[in-house]
Design a protein around this ligand. Structure first.
Ligand code: ATP
Length: 296
């Protein structure tokens, strides 16, 4: 039997770091939402008890360091399963980009194996397991739009953004999330997002309010390290996006646009400055993405 599962990317509409915790992590408060740019994960029964990994990208680890592999391994251990599985990752989400590609692959692997192995686990249970793999994995298990606290694993659903377009521009280099957080000085942050105001704008379907309240305290840190991120943000603003922000720890910069034709124009304008540019739909709705194909 074989199952196929979508693994969509996320963007941060807000990201605030409140303080550094005893355990070394930052206490975060952020609003994340799902966009229509996805990897696809195929999971197939195989003979033997190996976890075999195949992927279409030369940029991600091909062994037990891959987050999808770790998800399968963890689920097997927890559920006492000895079956093998072949995991094929069709990669479309840029790697080390601030779009949670690896976390989403892990989350999709948990959801898919829950079906393939008929484990009957709830999304809560899968999300709890996912937190052991990475802070963004629980959000990716649920997908949709949520306020995330703690390391990012404590989730409260919030209203999804209204339909709109997201233009993404990914600079050539990747960024290490750990490095960006290490460089962050929480006592020196001078502009923080207004998380409450963003939640209100989402509840009211206030697209302009959402664009106005975009904010990420990591943006300045990453821009100091990689000036290209600042340049891309400025270009995206010049080309007319309604609101522009860096996602997660970066370096991807996204712009919100209300109409497809405008999004396409911005993409064309950006192509001269950046090779990886996309225009995708905002998904955002709190529907778990369980509607994929199962083949027997
Ligand atoms: P986040 O926004 O959650 O910080 P990201 O989008 O910045 O994540 P990823 O694309 O998830 O970054 O990659 C981060 C690191 O994880 C990379 O260095 C990559 O080698 C590793 N990695 C492990 N498994 C995967 C995977 N399945 N897909 C992408 N990267 C993976």
């Amino acid at each position: 039997m074989e199952v196929s599962e979508k693994a969509p990317a996320k963007i941060n509409l807000t990201l605030d770091a409140l303080h550094k915790r005893e355990d070394g992590y930052h206490e975060l408060e952020m609003i994340m939402t799902t966009i229509d740019l996805s990897d696809r994960i195929e999971l197939a029964d195989i003979y033997g008890d190996d976890i075999v990994l195949e992927n279409s990208s030369g940029l991600i680890p091909q062994d037990e360091r891959n987050l999808a592999y770790r998800a399968a391994d963890l689920l097997r251990q927890r559920m006492g399963i000895t079956r093998g599985v072949k995991i094929t990752i069709h990669k479309r989400i840029p790697v080390a980009a601030g779009l949670a590609g690896g976390s989403s692959d892990a989350a999709a692997t948990l959801r898919g194996l829950n079906r393939l192995w008929q484990l009957g686990l709830s999304l809560e249970e899968l999300a709890e397991m996912g937190a052991e793999i990475g802070s963004d994995v629980p959000f990716c298990v649920w997908s949709g739009t949520a306020l995330a606290k703690g390391r990012g694993e404590i989730l409260t659903p919030v209203a999804p953004p209204p339909p709109c377009w997201v233009v993404l521009a990914k600079p050539r280099h990747g960024v290490s999330t750990a490095e960006v957080f290490q460089a962050l000085r929480v006592d020196q942050i001078d502009r923080r997002p207004n998380t409450e105001a963003m939640i209100r704008a989402l509840e009211q379907g206030d697209y302009r309010g959402i664009c106005r309240h975009l904010g990420n305290v990591l943006e300045e840190v990453t821009m100091q390290m990689y000036p290209e991120v600042r340049r891309l943000k400025e270009k995206m603003q010049q080309f007319g996006a309604d609101g522009v922000l860096m996602s997660g720890s970066g370096p991807t910069v996204f712009g919100l646009v209300d109409r497809e034709s405008r999004a396409r124009r911005i993409v064309n304008g950006l192509r001269g400055f950046c090779r990886q540019v996309y225009a995708v739909r905002m998904l955002g709705s709190n529907q778990p993405l369980l509607l994929d194909k199962t083949r027997t």
